[in-house]
Write a new protein. Structure first.
Length: 242
């Protein structure tokens, strides 16, 4: 399958154009919309989200990952292979946490270019065609890169910031729940939050933090919206008091 992870949104033409390019090159290969609303223009926040969700897909999955505020500049188009999964996207840190957490990892700069390459839509013109061909077993023309050439060593292993707000208003952080004890107090926008195992374990209207289904620390309000009720925003810093 081919999985889309972008900040393109589902309104407007962009996601549809990428899917059309994929299906033109690889008809019959399923295309999955994972995120069309990854943190816009923010590869760092998106990197922690991608690393949490990619392992749920089987080996052989091909990802088209485009959060690319530097599109059209000198940043390299990457082909990444991590633990049997393949990723295409920009060299801007988007794959840093995938790289760091992988046992088996390789990266290369994609050298292939289409006959028509727009300045501002490499998701459609470059990443989608090479991803579609990779899904059919056709490797792109590329130059191998060392991990040092694409690494972001200054980024933390876990990010104590809000990296995504879902349709329910729940706020995911870039913290892996396995590294945060259930006894810890989470502080977000001045609110102190205790752990709960499930929504039903909290009173209606009560704010809490929990380990979400993909292993991230997430903030929620039972029968409410954490973004509204706690005034939480994307990128906001959270604190952990053990």
């Amino acid at each position: 399958m081919i999985v889309l992870f972008t900040d393109f949104g589902l309104s407007g033409p962009y996601t549809g154009q990428v899917k059309a390019a994929l299906l033109r090159e690889a008809p019959g290969v399923p295309v999955i919309d994972l995120f069309a609303d990854a943190p816009a223009f923010d590869p760092q926040l998106s990197a922690y989200l991608l690393a949490a969700y990619a392992p749920e897909f089987p080996a052989g999955t091909v990802f088209v990952c485009v959060v690319d505020p530097g599109v059209g500049t000198g940043r390299k188009p990457l082909w990444v292979q991590a633990d049997g999964r393949t990723f295409f996207g920009p060299d801007n840190g988007l794959f840093e946490l995938v790289r760091r957490r992988a046992v088996d990892f390789k990266a290369a700069a994609v050298d292939w270019r289409p006959p028509r390459l727009s300045n501002t839509f490499h998701g459609r013109d470059l990443f989608a065609p090479v991803a579609a061909r990779a899904a059919l077993g056709r490797a792109p023309l590329a130059t191998p890169l060392s991990q040092d050439e694409i690494a972001r060593p200054d980024w933390p292993d876990d990010l104590a910031r809000i990296v995504y707000v879902d349709v329910y208003g729940n706020a995911m952080t870039g913290l892996r729940a396995g590294g945060v004890p259930e006894s810890a107090l989470l502080i977000a926008n001045g609110y102190e939050l205790r752990h709960a195992h499930t929504f039903g374990a909290a009173a209606e209207g009560e704010a809490f933090w929990y380990a979400n289904s993909n292993g991230l620390v997430e903030i929620a309000v039972n029968r409410g919206r954490a973004d509204r009720d706690l005034e939480l925003e994307l990128g906001m810093t959270v604190e952990v008091e053990a």
